[in-house]
Design a protein around this ligand. Structure first.
Ligand code: 5GP
Length: 350
């Protein structure tokens, strides 16, 4: 387990609001409980529950959004998430989040994202680079850990075409502030493909890479339509049929693998049957990710350990797997070169 923590890692599928620390959630819930907005004891039980179905997760996200609703809290959870990933030697993090309008809090999608950026700037325990490829913001000490952070803006499946377009416009506007792509997520049984398609095509036109939550539930028509637009990466891909796998494999679309998330939300009966095994053996591009480290009480190191112990992979194979993800990041070549160097430096060190 220790080497899984020590080895440098790349995280490409992490949702900000799913990565909130339990301790922070409880603290936020306590404050809202005192104000009479929620009943603390009820919320505490929900937060501390282990093992949740997919529908329960989406109920919980609604609660998270109530708890983490103001700008200050958004900055705080961003800062803490960066610190937590850096602490376990994640050297490149592509953090995704859904920009939100919240009139009651005077929040727009743009001001939500400003709060995220403020959170990135607030980190002082690690050196964070989120804009240029080599200048590290908050760079103060050679001894501190370094992490490259880039952002993906998520379109929630509940949104209208207009709202999704607004997110893409914001992503274009924020290219100089570390935004590198677009994600489609949210409850997979909600919304229709034709609602998101115009915004996704618009993102493509603007040169923004796309990653899609694909096949979280059996929905062959939507899976086919997703593959038709040639996304740069796919998330989960649990319910693909043979013919769809053929397409994914022949186009070599990297797949973001979230083992604990898939297990806990019962998208498979046993981890032994997870498609990671087949993809890895077929040398298809895969990257191990957490999805929601807070919600599923996991870490990226833990996900690596789970993959190694379940599928019998040795330390060398895991290091190679981690390094191979450099090719699938959405950041530019300058960043890739820097991460490669971080990998090399860290391998020399341990
Ligand atoms: P946020 O975008 O608010 O920072 O992070 C939480 C959101 O990410 C959830 O409301 C949901 O839209 C999305 N999300 C988190 N985990 C999953 C998942 O496993 N599947 C899907 N489809 N969406 C998810």
């Amino acid at each position: 387990k220790e080497w899984c923590r020590l080895m440098p890692k790349i995280e490409l599928h992490a949702h900000l609001n799913g990565s909130i620390r339990d301790s922070t959630l409880l603290e936020l819930a306590k404050v809202l409980g005192e104000k009479g907005v929620i009943v603390f004891d009820d919320v505490k039980d929900v937060i501390m529950k282990c093992g949740r179905s997919l529908p329960e997760c989406f109920q919980l996200f609604d609660l998270y959004h109530i708890l983490a609703t103001d700008h200050e809290t958004v900055s705080r959870i961003t800062k803490e998430t960066i610190e937590d990933f850096a602490a376990e030697n994640v050297v490149y993090l592509e953090l995704r989040t859904t920009p939100k309008n919240n009139q009651a809090k005077g929040m727009t999608k743009r001001s939500y994202m400003k709060a995220v950026i403020d959170g990135l700037r607030d980190v002082d325990t690690v050196d964070v680079s989120f804009i240029s490829s080599d200048i590290l913001i908050n760079h103060t000490s050679e001894k501190k850990k370094r992490i490259f952070v880039r952002l993906l803006l998520s379109i929630d499946r509940r949104e209208t075409t207009e709202a999704a377009m607004e997110t893409v416009d914001l992503a274009v506007e924020m290219k100089d502030l570390g935004v590198v792509g677009i994600d489609l997520s949210g409850n997979p049984i909600v919304g229709e493909w034709k609602t998101f398609l115009p915004a996704l095509m618009y993102a493509k036109d603007k040169g923004l890479p796309i990653t899609l939550h694909c096949g979280e539930v059996p929905n062959p028509e939507e899976i086919q339509a997703m593959l038709d637009i040639c996304p740069e990466r796919l998330g989960h891909a649990c319910f693909l049929q043979d013919e769809e796998w053929q397409r994914v494999k022949s186009s070599r679309i990297p797949v973001e693998i979230c083992l604990t998330s898939n297990l806990q939300t019962e998208r498979l009966t046993s981890i032994d049957y997870h498609h990671f095994d087949d993809l890895y053996k077929a040398k298809h591009p895969v990257v191990i990710c957490t999805d929601d480290r807070g919600l599923f009480s996991t870490t990226l190191s833990n996900e690596y350990y789970l993959a190694a112990s379940t599928f019998g992979l040795a330390k060398g194979q895991m290091i190679e797997l981690a390094r191979s993800a450099i090719d699938f990041v959405f950041a530019d070549d300058g960043v890739k070169k820097n991460i490669r160097e971080l990998f090399e430096a860290s391998e020399r060190a341990y």
